[in-house]
Structure formats: structure tokens, C-alpha cells
Design a protein around this ligand. Sequence first.
Ligand code: NAP
Ligand code: GLV
Length: 306
Amino acid sequence: MRIVFCSLDARADDWLQSLRDALPDAQVQEWAPGAPPAEYAVVWRAPQQFFDAQPGLRCIFNMGAGVDALLGLRLPPGAALVRLEDGGMGVQMAEYVCHAVIRHFREMERYEESQRAGQWALRKPLRRADFPVGIMGLGVLGASVARALAQFGFPLAGWSRTPKSMEGLRCYAGAAQFDEFLAATRILVCMLPLTPQTRDIMRRETLSRLLPGSYIVNVARGEHLVEEDLLALIDEGRIEGAALDVFRTEPLPAQHPFWQHPRIRVTPHSSARTLRDETVAQIAAKIRALQRGEAVSGKVDLQRGY
Ligand code: NAP
Ligand code: GLV
């Protein structure tokens, strides 16, 4: 069996070695033009040229949860696209989002300002009940975030495409319940895939429906957020601030206003990293299952976009 690896970001040598260790019977190669046809591909942001040159692929394994970078491409018609399911990202997302929510709720930035001023300045405790958290996207990662946040007792809600029921969480679904979800949310967490339906979902019209003094945590994709609308709403005092891990242009350009904004915290698309050991173990297990003729989970519905 032949596996071809193609990533614009990852260091190929380490990945090739891990894949060879996990699948000793396979021929694993980094892709270059003219490479022999393979059955399986392991990819991250692979170019159209790669897919055009590998028309016989049976299955394409995406080295991340989000497949938006591949959806605009012409993929080989017979190939299934399989995304990463958690693979060590659930706990990282839970850490990141809990940290962002708690840092905001416990006013850590104010205490840091006090420290810089050499002031012992106690602040009046805020009421947890006044900070309902709403999570957009209750999939593998959204559910992990919801379970972790539930430990801290914030009123919690989630919104998904199809109806769900989860303990400790008020669930809303579909376009019909979106406004109701927003109106009950003060801290908004975006955990959606990027699709035509979710692009620009955080814009003036929707963000204005949140409870007063709202706060935004975006750990999904930059294109979910209309960045100018966020800046304007913060300036108008309708939104208190944001913790942003993803941006419409990455790396975030040096002159971008987010870098120096006192109410915006920036991280470099680092909230949940692809971990090599966990990822290779998951992909190798799925390749072995496919070789045995079994079905695998994590198949992307190309029409739906996730
Ligand atoms: P997932 O398991 O596919 O879950 C997606 C969730 O979004 C599902 O609950 C789905 O609803 C919901 N959804 C999709 N379209 C919707 C719509 N139009 N309206 C309402 N809800 C909708 O995805 P995941 O593994 O949790 O990953 C989520 C995203 O996180 C990825 O796509 C990626 O963009 C992002 N991510 C970012 C990083 C980072 O480092 N910043 C790392 C990993 C992933 P249903 O349940 O009804 O289908
Ligand atoms: C990272 O952004 C991913 O989608 O896994």
C-alpha cells in the first residue's frame, strides 16, 4: 500500500518517520511532481496540483479538524475526505476557551494593570449568573469545551445545525433559534466549521443581538468574524473585548489594528495544535480499518462542507 504526504506547513521528515513506524508495511513518501500513484494521502493545505497528480486516491486524511482549505479544490472523484476527530485537540480547546472565559470574568487584565501600577486594588466580585456563555458549534471540539466550562457553573448554551441534547447545557439549533441563542449569550465562543452558511456569521447584525457587555472568543476560523464590525462595536462600548486565535489573514499582518488593541488578545492560531503522535495513531488505525474493508468515522460530507 502506498501513502503520500503533502503539507504546506508541517515538517515532512518527522511525519514520514512516524507514519512509517505506525504502518511498517506501507510505502510512505513525501509528494513531489512525478511521484507514483498512491491509495492514501495525508495532507494539510495541499495544493490543487497535488490532487490533479493523484487521481487514484482512495482516501484523503486531513491533518486537522477543519477542511475548509480543501473544499474549494477539485478532489479526486473516488476519494473520501476524512478529517481529524479530536486527536488531542479537545483538551487543548477546552484549556484555551476556559482560560479566555475565566480571564475575562475574573477581570485578570484589570489586576495586571493594578500590579503594573503597584496598587493593591480589590475589585467587587462579579456574579457568574450575569455571564452566560454560548458556544456556536457542538461537534467534537465544541462538546469538549462545553463539558469543561460546565465545571465552572456559568449558565451555558450551545447552538448547532441539528437539534442536540447535552447535560448542563441549553441547546438551540438551526437558523430559527439563532437569535434566541444570541439574545441569551454574553460570552460568545465560536467553534463552527467554515462553510458558506457560517462565513461572516459574527458581524454587526448578529453581534448586536448579544447581551450588553459581551465578549467574543473565536477559535474556529478568521472568516467567521467581520473584523471591522468587531472593532466598531468595541469602540461603541457594545462589546467589551475579544480573545482571538484565528484571523482572516494569517499570519496577522504587522499593521493590523488587533495587535495593539487594548481590548483584544491575539494568539497565532495555536488554541489546538495538531499533535503528531495522536494524529498518526488515528490515521494509521483508520487506514488499517479501510484495508480490512471496514468503515471509518470522520468522513466529511462535501455538500454540507464539514
Ligand atoms: P465538528 O465535529 O464537525 O462540529 C461542527 C459543529 O458545528 C457541529 O455541532 C455542527 O452542527 C455545527 N455547525 C455546522 N454548521 C452549522 C450551521 N450552519 N449552523 C449551526 N451549527 C453548525 O467540528 P470540530 O471537530 O468540533 O471542529 C470545529 C472547528 O474548529 C473546525 O472546523 C475548525 O475550523 C476549528 N478548529 C480550530 C483550531 C485552532 O487551532 N484554532 C483547531 C482545530 C479546529 P451539527 O452537530 O448539527 O452537525
Ligand atoms: C486547525 O485549525 C484545525 O482545523 O485542525
